[in-house]
Design a protein around this ligand. Structure first.
Ligand SMILES: [Fe+2]
Ligand SMILES: [Fe+2]
Length: 330
């Protein structure tokens, strides 16, 4: 009798858990388990653990027209795979490989991108500065530039049904092998910004826009346990080290590039080779072929603001469908 009672409790608990998952998926796609405390006749209590989670998809640098095309084509598949989430992308290379225009910013917003970040190419097209300074536009410059540099440093994406917590995003520029822009101490900058946040257990995504893997790994360990994720960009080459660190911070050294991978980090290989073999300055045009959307998806606890999991994502272009089909038909 006692044995059958235990089996009954266990199967009931499994049933309740599965039912909670099913309800959550049907409601708003958030993975969610609910607390169920059930008092049995003998006085014992069965409970199911509570956890509400949200997903953040972060995409590597959108690179030129090839990157824009594969992004537009693959975004529905990404949404289909991951459901409701926050979608953030680095857009520093969107304008023919360097910079971002206000028109492209609006295009990406229409695609459904919730916020955009920029790296060392932030000021390549000065027309974006007015968007960077607009407090209502979810786009920011790297945070650790001079206080005199134009543009805001932090993005706050307000809570919504799809992601019921505010999400804070900022970019830290590296100081190792990054000569194009003068950056301040990224460690001190991160401390300052985190201390300025009003929330308890804020959900924060930090982009490490850096060249050196060592600098990215160091900032991730420095912020472990204090932010949801530290995700690297800038090299345009995805790394195979996605993991949740001991303190609960998701980390990936570089999430890769949304652009043409039959290239040298997005650029025409013949021109890059002429540069490397001759030592001469050669203007680089965009590469083409091998287009893919790359990035990472991080699942975070909405209570603690820490990561549950991180997974690398890679969505290659489908050349049998628009807009690539027309190109290949020529
Ligand atoms: Fe960069
Ligand atoms: Fe880039």
């Amino acid at each position: 009798m006692e044995e059958s009672c235990r089996l009954s409790k266990e199967s009931s608990r499994k049933f309740l858990t599965l039912r909670c998952f099913a309800l959550a998926r049907r409601s708003n796609h958030l993975l969610r388990t609910l607390t169920i405390d059930h008092a049995w006749e003998d006085g014992s209590v069965a409970s199911v653990q509570t956890m509400s989670t949200g997903r953040i998809v972060f995409l590597g640098d959108i690179n030129g027209a090839p990157g824009r095309m594969v992004l537009e084509q693959q975004l529905p598949a990404i949404r289909e795979r991951f459901g409701a989430f926050r979608l953030i992308a680095n857009a520093e290379n969107a304008r023919n490989g360097s910079g971002l225009t206000p028109d492209l910013y609006e295009t990406f917003r229409r695609f459904g991108i919730d916020a955009m970040t920029l790296g060392d190419h932030v000021y390549r097209d000065a027309r974006i500065v007015s968007s960077l300074e607009d407090p209502l536009k979810p786009i920011a410059r790297p945070a650790n530039l001079s206080a005199r540099a134009q543009g805001k440093r932090l993005i706050r994406i307000p809570a919504s049904v799809e992601f019921p917590r505010d999400l804070f995003v900022f970019t830290l520029l590296g100081r190792v092998h990054m000569p194009s822009l003068l950056a301040n101490d990224p460690f001190a900058c991160a401390d300052e910004l985190l201390q300025s946040l009003p929330e308890r257990n804020p959900i924060v995504l930090v982009e490490a826009h850096m060249e050196a893997t060592s600098e990215k790994g160091a900032i991730a360990r420095y912020l472990d346990g204090r932010v949801a994720a530290v995700l690297g960009t800038h090299t345009h080459v995805a790394t195979a080290d996605a993991r949740v660190l001991r303190g609960g911070t998701a980390f990936m050294t570089d999430v890769g590039m949304t652009g043409p991978h039959d290239s040298v980090i997005g650029r025409n290989p013949e021109q890059v080779l002429r540069h490397f073999t001759s030592g001469m300055h050669i203007p680089f045009e965009m590469g083409s072929g091998g287009e893919a959307v790359q990035g990472a998806v991080v699942e975070v606890s909405l209570e603690t603001g820490r990561a549950i999991s991180i997974e690398r994502i890679d969505f290659p272009a489908d050349y049998t469908r628009a807009p690539f089909r027309a190109m290949h038909a020529r």
